[in-house]
Design a protein around this ligand. Structure first.
Ligand code: OGA
Ligand code: MN
Length: 302
């Protein structure tokens, strides 16, 4: 029997009474799915998962999102197509060097984002599992974009309705000072249009859909887009919308990428071990297509 311990009325809950080493029953999957719709972030503590079991848990909730292989050579062999390595460890199991490309890439996780919004079909739910954690720092913060949407003035909601933003991995990487992309790399990171406000079909609730991957907003200059993005990010990450997760070894945290953002907080990544892996399920399609909104011509550069 699953028991829920909500963090607040509508955002964040701890789940008690599941051992995910055994593939969850259809009743458990349905109960966790329903809890995820309501609370958007779920913490399932005390798990002991092999990579296979971790992947199987996520796969019980929907089709898995395939992941690109790690960028840095020091990471070869960690993670696989359906299990992304989000640790600070090299293939040899030691913390990365300060000039490791993987370190540069993962720095973008410290910016508020939602997973894979820069892909045609973005991520639906992420399943992040902690195999070891540092003694201090390295929390993950989550922001409730449904509550943030509800708290906007009506005039802002009207302005946002049906409006399209362009998401690119190149944008968020540039924001952390990771640049110098060549033409081929830029082509692979071409901006993808997504609605700034989306509807969660199961509940009918509207949510902001924001990320630091956004580099442009239809109808605005690039400075104008930057200003609106910064206003919305500041609004959505106010204390009352944020749950800050302090990891314990064995936590599996599941979040709904359609209506939340998250970010990693700093820790001593050159000296301590933070070993997390993530499996991810796919959304049903591009947000513009899901709402039947015509996409703009692909004219933007990231
Ligand atoms: C992720 C991510 C943050 C963290 O896995 O998608 O952003 O706290 N992780 O490791
Ligand atoms: Mn992420």
């Amino acid at each position: 029997m699953i028991r829920l311990w909500p963090v607040s009325e509508s955002f964040g809950a701890e789940v008690e009474g599941v051992d995910l080493r055994h593939s969850p029953s259809s009743e458990s999957v349905a109960a966790i799915d329903a809890a995820l719709l309501r609370y958007a972030v779920l913490v399932i503590p005390g798990q002991q998962l092999t990579p296979e079991q971790h992947r199987a848990v996520a796969a019980a909730f929907g089709p898995l999102e395939p992941m690109a292989p790690p960028t840095g050579r020091d990471k070869v062999g960690r993670g696989d197509e359906y299990l992304i390595d989000v640790s600070n460890l090299t293939a040899a199991g030691r913390p990365w060097a300060d000039d490791s490309p993987s370190r540069g890439v993962q720095r973008a996780n410290e910016l508020w984002h939602t997973d894979s919004s820069f892909k045609e079909t973005p991520a639906r739910a992420s399943f992040l599992y902690a195999r070891s954690i540092p003694t201090a720092g390295g929390r993950t913060e989550f922001a409730d974009l449904r509550a943030a949407y509800d708290a906007l003035p009506q005039s802002r909601r009207d302005w946002l309705e049906g409006r399209i933003a362009h998401h690119s991995l190149a944008t968020s990487r540039r924001r952390t000072g990771f640049g110098g992309f060549d033409g081929t790399q830029l082509a692979a990171m071409a901006p993808v249009p997504q609605l700034l406000v989306r509807r969660i079909p199961e509940t009918g609730r509207r949510s902001l859909y924001l990320a630091s991957h956004i580099g442009g907003i239809e109808g605005l200059s690039s400075d104008g887009a930057e200003e609106v993005l910064s206003e919305l990010l500041t609004h959505a990450t106010q204390r009352q919308f944020v749950y800050s997760h302090r990891w314990r070894k064995g936590d599996l945290v599941i979040w709904d990428n359609r209506c939340t953002m998250h970010r990693l907080r700093p820790y001593d990544d050159l000296h301590t071990h933070r070993d997390l892996q993530r499996a991810t399920t796919l959304d049903r399609g591009n947000t513009c297509d899901l709402e039947g909104i015509l996409r703009p011509a692909p004219a933007h550069r990231p």
